[in-house]
Write a protein that binds this ligand. Structure first.
Ligand SMILES: Cc1cc2nc3c(=O)[nH]c(=O)nc-3n(C[C@H](O)[C@H](O)[C@H](O)COP(=O)(O)OP(=O)(O)OC[C@H]3O[C@@H](n4cnc5c(N)ncnc54)[C@H](O)[C@@H]3O)c2cc1C
Length: 299
């Protein structure tokens, strides 16, 4: 074997060449990546990492692509897709759920509901995977993954498998240690509490209603573009600066929620980046507040 593609093929791991990322991101934006690999388990993840290291290929990880902006020119590297092929969800005791990292948060919330488990209702409607959610310490309505994740299985950048506890994940506002060291999350353990099924369902419905009411979910986007600056809301600042509805090419500051940039059709990553810069610049000039992107921009 003398190249990455043949080695992965030989291991019977699902690999595609030259894949358009606009098909794998909720923004519906992004050029082609060189290799798109979809492992079915952590052993395959480990083998992909080892092979990528052997052939000097750069590694990227993607879950559901709901927090990513990938450049129009595409990326020369290996995208490891932790998605539906790694999405089992199981109960390991009365109150603990083990999910493979590609399981969607919405499905895990529904699984918790079926088992009358409460504590993660605020995540209902976040359109990410459990792995992507933990990497981002995703959260909403006062809850975050830090509240209920107890441990995770991972593969490190040498292709070695390991397990770590939540205390060692450095979970804080939209941040985890995985963003620092590049470990790939392969499974997540969540501990909840027994609760009343109807009450859990009502809370989930309420959070979903609030999302549909306030967010432009009818358009492709990557959710809130900016982190919440201390003491402010990014969307309110952008709105106060008169940028609601501002468009660059196909990208537009949402009229419904100024914290979102939406793809109104045919937006490029360049359009979105230009609009991000405009928002940052204008908000700083007019309000003196520095906006920091929450979405991961890959160039
Ligand atoms: C309409 C909409 C609403 C949203 N609402 C919210 C919200 O309320 N709260 C919130 O926090 N977010 C929200 N988001 C953003 C996004 O859904 C979350 O950040 C989500 O957790 C990202 O998960 P993902 O699987 O899509 O990750 P991706 O976008 O695929 O990846 C995000 C980052 O995580 C890394 N990553 C992904 N999977 C793994 C893995 N298995 N191991 C290691 N690294 C990994 C990627 O390399 C990347 O750096 C919203 C997005 C949209 C489009």
């Amino acid at each position: 074997m003398n190249n990455f593609y043949d080695e992965i093929k030989n291991l019977s791991i699902d690999i595609e060449k030259s894949v358009p990322m606009k098909n794998h991101t909720t923004f519906k934006i992004g050029g082609n990546v060189r290799y798109f690999v979809s492992p079915a388990n952590s052993d395959e993840v480990a083998n992909i990492v080892k092979a990528a290291n052997k052939y000097g290929e750069k590694i990227y990880v993607i879950g559901n692509g709901s927090n990513m902006l990938i450049c129009d020119e595409g990326i020369d590297g290996v995208f490891i897709h932790i998605g539906d092929k790694m999405s089992e969800i199981e109960l390991i005791d009365d109150i603990t759920i083990r999910c493979s990292a590609g399981a969607l948060l919405v499905k895990v919330c529904n699984f918790a509901l079926e088992n009358s488990l409460e504590g993660m209702e605020t995540a209902f409607g976040i359109p990410g995977s459990v792995g992507g959610g933990l990497y981002m310490n995703a959260g909403a309505y006062g809850g975050e993954m830090k509240d209920y994740v107890i441990s995770a299985e991972y593969v490190d950048r040498n292709g070695e498998k390991g397990v770590c506890n939540a205390e060692d994940m450095n979970l804080s506002y939209r941040h985890s240690t995985f963003a620092e060291d590049g470990r790939i999350i392969t499974a997540v353990y969540i501990r909840l509490k027994k609760g009343d099924k109807d009450e859990i369902k009502n809370r989930m419905n309420d959070y979903m209603f609030r999302r549909k009411d306030k967010q432009p979910i009818e358009y492709p986007s990557a959710g809130s573009v900016f982190k919440r600056p201390e003491g402010y809301f990014a969307g309110a600042l952008i709105e106060e600066c008169g940028l609601k509805g501002k468009a660059v090419g196909g990208a537009c500051v949402s009229e419904k929620h100024a914290g979102f940039i939406i793809n109104k059709g045919g937006a490029t990553a360049c359009d979105v980046l230009e609009l991000i810069e405009l928002c940052k610049h204008t908000v700083f000039e007019q309000k003196g507040v520095v906006l920091e992107p929450e979405i991961r921009c890959l160039k």
